[in-house]
Design a protein around this ligand. Sequence first.
Ligand SMILES: Nc1ncnc2c1ncn2[C@@H]1O[C@H](COP(=O)(O)OP(=O)(O)OP(=O)(O)O)[C@@H](O)[C@H]1O
Length: 631
Amino acid sequence: MSWDFTGGRGGAGGGRARLPSYVPPHLRNAPVANPYNAAYGYSPYSAVYNAPGYGQYGGGGYVLGGQQDFAPRGRGRRGRGGQRRNEYESSSSSSFADAIAEKFNELEVLGEEEAAGGGGGGINFEAYDDIPVKATGNEVPPPVERFDEIDLGEGLMQNIRRCKYSKPTPVQKHAIPIAVAGRDLMACAQTGSGKTAAFCFPIISTILKNGLNSGPGGTRTVAQPSALILSPTRELSCQIHEEAKKFAFKTGVRIVVAYGGASIQQQLYNLEKGVDILVATPGRLADMIDRGRVSLKMIKHLALDEADRMLDMGFEPQIRKIVQQMGMPPPGQRQTMLFSATFPDEIQRLASDFLKDYIFLSVGRVGSSTGLISQKIELVQDMDKRSHIMKLLHGQKANGKRDLTLVFTETKKGADALEYYLSMSGLPAIAIHGDKVQMERERALRSFKAGVTPILVATDVASRGLDIPNVSHVINFDLPKDIDDYVHRIGRTGRAGKSGLATAFFSDQNMPLAKPLVELMKESNQEVPPWLSEYAKSSSNTYSGGGRYRRYGGGGGGGSRHGGYDDYRNDYSGGGYGGYGGASYGGYDSGSYYGDNDYGGYAAPPAWSGLGGGGGYELGTEAVVASGWDM
Ligand SMILES: Nc1ncnc2c1ncn2[C@@H]1O[C@H](COP(=O)(O)OP(=O)(O)OP(=O)(O)O)[C@@H](O)[C@H]1O
């Protein structure tokens, strides 16, 4: 990938997004357009990591093997000008991604042979070879090896070829046939493994088969989408919207996005033009329903991305209201699909209320990180963190490392302070968190993606789902309290078969995380520093683990089945959800992150607690309101 910031992005054509006029802190009062580019330059991000194959695990699942190389991410080619606009696109935002979508029409459609996997776009996804796959439930539809084994419809197939998705990823191989068969699905697959397409393709394909809800130019005042995709953050909803538009390009399927912090009038206007698929954050959607502008009574497909987060204590009441009390057809009359990289049992249990006769699919050592990410944990006390990160970033610069670096802090204030510190020290950094207005958030993300400000300091608002090419390094300046949050954070790198580095600063305050961190690193074949193993041993007597929910544990107290999440129904023995003994990580860490979000103003519900050892779950009494997750 090459970068040119002199007149828009890439190639020679017109109609591209201009760089934002925003000037990041380090550049204020400086005349240079892109000092990082000047100082560092950019190079292609092309490393392919050959991860060791994972072993199979038993228990009735089917196991995938063989070659699974697939094409690079569907960014397509840059270049060739033109201002043509996708006639079906909504125009809610003139984002950077919009400019890419505009160019989509220009992309060459691969020939059948190439699309069937001949070329694979030059990237070999050997990392996914022998990945363990398990599907439980009644009459599980068999997986496919190629997209054209399923009747997805010619329009969608063309777009798949345009995206240069030459082969389905493992989660797509399994999830798409299940979803196209109309089955409910709870799917757990590693970060960056292609879950978005896994739920978008079946939705688009089924809508195409069943007929469009409303063509462009309709004038409904109450929008009645037939599919709803919910995600926890505004940025993620925008990203899903952009992806879905590419998949539905020129098919006539209308996709609209609704999220907080942006003009509701514009979004309502987009809905009036007709909508088949609504991508939304919960707060804005509830607002639109309350205003009588959206009706859910025609919903045939419901997808929750980052589903464990959506059913986590901060969101669960809102989601339950939307799904159960706002006119949506009940399970059985709609299809429900839940996707995430992590799926604690307690969340699975909650989620099962929304599903009927569902299939649980786990792909990869789910809940663990992918072997594509090389993890480094360093012992750094709080007072030394700043000097340490400076060394790290300067080292990167000296090594010619020119890709993007994402730095996570625990608090919004911490993010601002670190942004300022780095900027003042001559490093081009910008912050994103929930106290920034939406425009600032979007600008920060754009500036980061474009490489203008190649260091993004973020709270957990950026920890899930975001697919940013070229993020080669994730630094946990502050480690999260919960191991699953760590999994999602480091998952911003090492995506779609590429390798990445994740460095974490571990301080005394992170002792509760030592044990789950060691387990996770071992599962991902990472080298565990001896001091961390020692910490893990000593902390395991004191702490019950670093997670809010149970991650591991064998049914009936028999230790670990495998490292990660499994269908919670396997634990069910008719008398409650007990038997979480053995290696179970229970417990709830206080200090978690239920801050403001885009529907704002709710009191954080009671915390889950006491999940280890005895089984079941109970409500605790502490309502924790803190800093990181903020939309
Ligand atoms: N079949 C495919 N061939 C090539 N690239 C693909 C394919 N499917 C998805 N991708 C690319 O892989 C990248 C990651 O996909 P996606 O964002 O859907 O991952 P994810 O599993 O949802 O990750 P996360 O858990 O972090 O949300 C995207 O850039 C996407 O375009």
